[in-house]
Design a binder for this molecule. Structure first.
Ligand code: CP
Ligand code: NVA
Length: 306
């Protein structure tokens, strides 16, 4: 049995296999074919933070695969009032077939996984957002921009950045990260990514100069400046991130025809201008839709590993 906590535990081949299953499922869906590959299975979804895409994609995906999904907000289950993680894990995993968790500290899902009898899927922690990167890479494959990619990530050194680092390190592409001073990526994640990158040949670099990172990039991406849990810092961050908005002048430094990706939700005129987001809306909303297909691929893959 395997869990999906970060991309660190997966080989390049496994990541591509999961995305391949997702693309097959997407093709089937377009043709009106629904294969009940997870018939009678239940996915428990524990949300300690808000969500639009993650909830809708997992719940719809499980239904389309012939299963059922349970939405469990921490306001409603005893976990939110202090029932231990290890007890919650043993109870839920005795009744359900998979568990997706969106939470704050990454150690929470590690503890949950340690006590679980069924696969645990990370639906975002403060440190990583690996299911989003499955959808992002699926989108890169569909648009034919996965080979020789030079990805520029402009913004906060956060859970999305960390997952981009691990993906680049595993798959062997170039990732340039530009953050303001004081908002750099976690040094321990960087050390791990560089260690993995040695095997794949990936190039991962960091700078405080967004223009340097974006010059000649084939893909430009960003994320909110204030992640969930950082609401109190929002105004200060808007000040500190001046010069980091991905706007038309920033995009003009990238390669001609460079693609723009965003995990969403997007904050217009903060990390991205209205014109860049709307100018690249086709790919960005396909990226969002790919959450559904990529995660169906992931759930089918995890089920096959038991
Ligand atoms: N990108 C993403 O995870 O979106 P939600 O927060 O809406 O789930
Ligand atoms: N970094 C963002 C991603 C949202 C999908 C957050 O954690 O809020």
């Amino acid at each position: 049995m395997r869990h999906f906590l970060t991309l660190k535990d997966f080989t390049k081949e496994e990541i591509l296999e999961i995305i391949g299953i997702g693309l097959e499922i997407k093709k089937d869906l377009r043709a009106g074919i629904y294969k009940e590959q997870l018939k009678n299975q239940t996915l428990a979804m524990i949300f300690e933070k808000s969500s639009t895409r993650t909830r809708v994609s997992f719940e719809t995906g499980m239904f389309q695969l012939g299963g059922h999904a349970l939405f469990l907000s921490n306001r409603d289950i005893h976990l939110g009032r202090g029932e231990p993680i290890k007890d919650t894990s043993r109870v839920i995993s005795s009744m359900c077939d998979m568990v997706m968790i969106r939470t704050f500290e990454h150690s929470m899902i590690e503890e949950f996984a340690a006590y679980s009898k069924v696969p645990i899927i990370n639906g975002l922690t403060d440190s990583y957002h690996p299911v989003q990167l499955l959808a992002d890479y699926m989108t890169m494959v569909e648009y034919g921009v996965n080979e020789n990619a030079v990805v520029a990530y402009i913004g906060d050194g956060n859970n999305m950045t960390h997952s981009w680092m691990i993906l680049a390190a595993k798959l062997g592409f170039e990732l340039r990260i530009a953050t303001p001073k004081g908002y750099e990526v976690d040094a321990s994640v960087m050390a791990e990514a560089l260690k993995i990158a040695k095997e794949s040949g990936a190039i991962i670099s960091v700078t405080n100069d967004p223009k340097k990172a974006v010059a000649g990039a084939t893909i430009v991406t960003t994320d909110t400046w204030a992640s969930m849990g950082q609401e109190d810092e929002k105004e200060q961050r808007i000040q500190n991130f001046k010069g980091f908005m991905v706007d038309d002048s920033m995009m003009s430094l990238a390669q001609k025809n460079a693609k723009f990706l965003h995990c969403l939700p997007a904050y217009r005129e903060q990390e991205v201008s209205e014109s860049v987001l709307e100018g690249h809306s086709e790919i960005v909303f396909n990226e969002a839709e790919n959450r559904l297909h990529a995660q169906k691929g992931l759930m089918v893959w995890l089920d096959r590993q038991r």
